[in-house]
Write a protein that binds this ligand. Structure first.
Ligand SMILES: [Zn+2]
Length: 368
């Protein structure tokens, strides 16, 4: 590994985040505080430090029930506009402080309706939180662009409604549609009407596919649903064959995904918790990067995985030997794959990302 790439240096490099769940990134102290304010009584403890530990342990336990319980708590304290707005604001603040310059944060509006909020009210609260964070962080000299993706739950039957909602908010901060939730038994093709609606509106989508479940799920997402990006997509590795002489052969699907530059929203730490990869050292992001897939690195659930973009990048450096140049490559890949207009993406790449990486390389005397 490059010894110059310390954690403190990594914190300063510009980052782009495409796969981050709002309800998976709440600060432990905020979960505890909102539980008291909102009269939510189901938390295992109200002490922020113990709560942070509990979240981490519940997610590492290998028990799906425990894992799902963690989201029940974060969503449980986000049932009024003020709480949702606060969580959105704090997400923007935390990401900007971590060096993120552009983020698409996703959430499922249908999960925030327990106390009678309409879907529009949920989206409005998130967008307000994002806008306020953008203003505040710009004032602090850490500008960030925050956009929302609306997620439909694949186990439910509201995807068309959510797709329509996403399109309705397209000019006001929502840039795409997503489906998430249990993959096995709930193939993306169950939601074809929603994807059709998104495509007919010339809008954007990403689909959680190829995380727990393998190639058929990725194939459906790409070839039947017409997704723009793959949420995870890490199981595309199953379509590569490793020959004894070191040659790697791509199957038809993986070749298609690489050739068409379909972005992979890879989330290393999260994949280890859910069993999609054994360790960072063995995580497919290494080989997928070498083969030139449109790989990006993401956090998924910052609270549950106790992670951040800096932590994920640092793991890539220490465990897989990623260089500064490769970190820039991942970042530019992500920016190219974002759902904001092309000219805005280009501007961020040429005026923010590349100059800052060049400056850091120069400061550290790294040939770039
Ligand atoms: Zn996810």
């Amino acid at each position: 590994m490059d010894e110059k790439l310390t954690f403190d240096v990594i914190k300063t490099v510009p980052k782009v985040l495409l796969h981050d769940h709002l309800d998976g990134g709440v600060r432990p102290s905020t979960v505890a505080d909102l539980a008291i304010k909102n009269g939510y009584k189901d938390l295992p403890t109200n002490d922020p430090l113990n709560l942070a530990k509990w979240f981490r342990q519940a997610c590492d336990s290998g028990s799906l029930e425990k894992y799902l319980e963690t989201f029940a708590h974060t969503v449980g304290v986000m049932q009024n506009a003020e709480s949702i707005k606060r969580v959105a604001f704090e997400a923007g603040e935390d990401l900007a402080n971590d060096g993120v310059v552009y983020a698409e944060i996703r959430f499922a509006p249908e999960l925030h309706q327990n106390n009678g909020l309409t879907l529009d009210q949920v989206v409005e609260a998130v967008i307000k939180g994002f806008s306020e964070a953008e203003v505040q962080m710009k004032n602090e000299g850490k500008p960030i662009v925050l956009r929302a993706l609306l997620t439909a739950m694949r186990t439910a039957a509201r995807s068309s409604e959510i797709a329509e909602l996403a399109v309705k908010w397209r000019e006001k901060g929502v840039v795409g549609f997503d489906i998430a939730g249990k993959e096995a038994g709930f193939p993306p093709t169950r939601h074809l009407d929603a994807f059709d609606a998104v495509r007919r509106a010339n809008f954007h989508m990403t689909i959680h596919a190829g995380e727990a479940f393998g190639l058929p799920s990725i194939w459906e997402a790409v070839q039947i649903c017409g997704t723009d990006r793959l949420g995870h997509g890490v199981r595309i590795i199953d379509d590569l064959s490793f020959k004894s002489d070191g040659e790697i052969k791509l199957g038809e699907l993986s070749a298609y995904v690489r050739d068409k530059r379909v972005p992979l929203e890879l989330c290393p730490s999260s994949n280890i918790q859910t069993g999609a990869a054994k360790s960072i050292k063995e995580h497919p992001i290494g080989v997928l990067t070498k083969l030139g897939f449109r790989a990006t690195v993401n956090t998924d659930n910052r609270l549950m995985s106790d992670t951040s973009m800096s932590k994920e990048m640092y793991l890539l450096v220490t465990e897989l030997g990623f260089t500064l140049k490769q970190l820039q490559w991942l970042t530019v890949n992500a920016m190219k794959s974002a759902f904001i207009p092309f000219d805005q993406r280009l501007k961020l790449i040429n005026e923010t990302i590349k100059p800052k990486y060049a400056q850091i390389a120069k400061d550290l005397n790294i040939t770039f």
